[in-house]
Design a protein around this ligand. Structure first.
Ligand code: TXE
Length: 483
């Protein structure tokens, strides 16, 4: 197993690296070896306060630049990200041991920056007449000023891309708070922001745990919060944000259904279901298709192909390009996920078809679990209803389209849904009936800058991506001009 080099950490405030902080130091564990690979200073209330002050200065400087200058600086930043894609991908691996083949989310950063740079010099406002006079309503969309972006460990760069790019394009300065479990790639991105000449403090990177996170959410200088994480933390964030009535966007978890109809290409559907399921970051993704619904007439054939692909997957060193399946994030995640598996077996929630154990041998030091598949799962079981956030997938049968839609929607979550079919009419019909923010037809969930992404129900509210994502970082002002 390739051991991880000791990596630089520290906070980035006002363009300066800060190594001493009031939030303590987190010993960052590399999940593939269970060994520490970085000492991460964490932001406390004092550092959050400094970062907010620096951000307001930077916001004013940013808005003093002409739109073409701001656009060009964001394109320069995209170029700098492009030149550092390999390093950012490797830091992603050192962050949470995601296989390097999957760590390429840094390219999303480049793509989102180029896309939203294009919005900087485009009109955001409108004007409407006033019906009883010749006055004009000048409807302006203005930045909030300073916003807070809180990212989860399992998608730090992807979430940074979909939040920081539109926030800057809209004219805001940002406090980016990555999880203490994955700060490294985000810190390097912060350095690139300074390197290309963005105003110092326009992007501050403040790794922190719950305490520092709460200080950020409660800070009166933070005018909007974008939170990506679990629903339990989201409730705390909303309570904290209520103190100053700070508006919040919440991108939360999922228990996404993947419907395989009888006319689907079963080989393609099995491959997609494996890589959108247990093999996707070892199931540690909000986009994981963790419930697979298969038409009863093709169930046995599909399960044989699906389990075959899962069991043949290459597991090992995340820095090895041949590896598609890595460890889970921590020892506590191992214990929690094995607990879910044991409870599912004990309660008869489904038949264990593959996996279910921790991996030993040369992988014993790391947090490796076998990709796990349960068959004939009861959709009312805890296994099917709660987000496992691990490599555990439930497969179920259905008789017809109506039943598939009913089972798919029978969850508190609504982030993604997947449909495998050759029937375009059915695809459109079913897509409209699924309660999910994104529906992927015969498609892997690769988010794009122009496509709004976000949840229905307890998967959250608000959107990233597209014009909808940009407008999350703009507030509306109406200026009445007497004519
Ligand atoms: O989340 P946590 P994790 C979801 C995923 C899963 C969860 C996993 O489905 O449920 O995120 O990520 C910070 N005040 N998504 O374990 O624990 C914490 O430091 C302020 C959905 O990281 O909720 C971290 O930075 N902040 C998603 C962040 O909150 C606090 C994509 C999230 O932590 C805090 C990826 C507090 N009191 C994962 N406590 C999507 N929908 O796009 C913790 N934090």
């Amino acid at each position: 197993m390739t051991s991880a080099p000791t990596l630089p950490a520290g906070l980035l405030i006002g363009g300066d690296r800060v190594n001493e902080s009031s939030g303590g130091t987190h010993s960052h564990i590399y999940p593939a070896t269970g060994q520490p690979n970085a000492a991460v200073p964490l932001a406390g209330a004092a550092e959050i306060d400094r970062a907010v002050a620096s951000a307001w200065d930077a916001h004013r400087e940013w808005m003093s630049l002409t739109v073409d200058r701001r656009r060009d600086l964001l394109i320069d930043l995209a170029d700098a990200v492009h030149e550092n894609l390999d390093e950012l991908a490797r830091l992603n691996v050192h962050d949470y041991a995601v296989p390097i083949t999957f760590a390429g989310t840094a390219v999303l950063l480049e793509r989102f920056l180029r896309y939203f740079a294009g919005y900087v010099d485009k009109p955001h406002g409108a004007s409407t007449p006033v019906d009883w006079s010749f006055d004009v309503n000048l409807i302006e969309r203005e930045p909030y000023g300073v916003v807070g972006v809180i990212t989860p460990w399992n998608g730090a760069l992807a979430v940074t891309a979909s939040c920081v790019a539109p926030a800057l394009a809209a004219g805001n300065a940002v406090l980016l708070k990555p999880s203490e479990l994955a700060p490294l790639a985000s810190l390097r991105f912060g350095e690139l922001c300074t390197q290309v000449g963005l105003p110092a403090g326009l992007v501050n990177v403040v790794p922190a745990g719950p305490e520092g996170g709460e200080a950020l959410v409660r800070h009166p200088g933070i005018r909007k919060i974008h939170f990506t994480g679990g629903d339990a933390t989201a409730r705390k964030v909303l309570q904290s944000a209520a103190v100053n009535l700070t508006p919040v966007v919440a991108e939360l978890g999922g228990k996404s259904a993947n419907i395989v109809f009888d006319d689907a290409d079963l080989d393609a559907a099995a491959m997609l279901s494996a890589h959108q399921g247990p093999l996707m970051q070892s199931g540690q993704s909000c986009a994981c298709a963790s419930r697979v619904l298969v038409h009863e007439s093709v169930y046995d054939a599909f399960v044989e192909k699906f389990v075959g692909i899962v069991e043949a997957s290459t597991i090992g060193d995340p820095l090895d390009p041949a590896v598609v399946f890595g460890p889970v994030i921590s020892q506590s995640a191992v214990d929690r996920i094995l607990g879910v598996i044991d409870e599912a077996v004990a309660t008869g929630a489904g038949d264990l078809l593959a996996g279910g154990k921790r991996l030993g041998g040369e992988l014993a030091q790391g947090f490796y679990l076998q990709p796990t598949v349960f068959g004939d799962v009861d959709n009312a079981s805890a296994l099917a209803q709660s987000e496992t956030f691990g490599p555990v997938v439930s497969v179920m049968r259905f008789r017809d389209e109506a039943e598939a839609v009913r089972i798919a929607n029978d969850t508190p979550y609504g982030l993604n849904a997947f449909v495998q079919t050759k029937d375009l009419g059915r695809a459109h019909r079913v897509a409209r009936r699924l309660e999910a923010g994104s529906v992927w037809i015969n498609k892997f969930s690769d988010i794009s800058p122009g496509g709004p992404y976000g949840g229905y129900k307890q998967s959250g509210f608000g959107r990233t991506g597209g014009l909808e994502g940009l407008q999350e970082f703009l507030q509306i002002k109406n200026i009445r001009i007497a004519m």
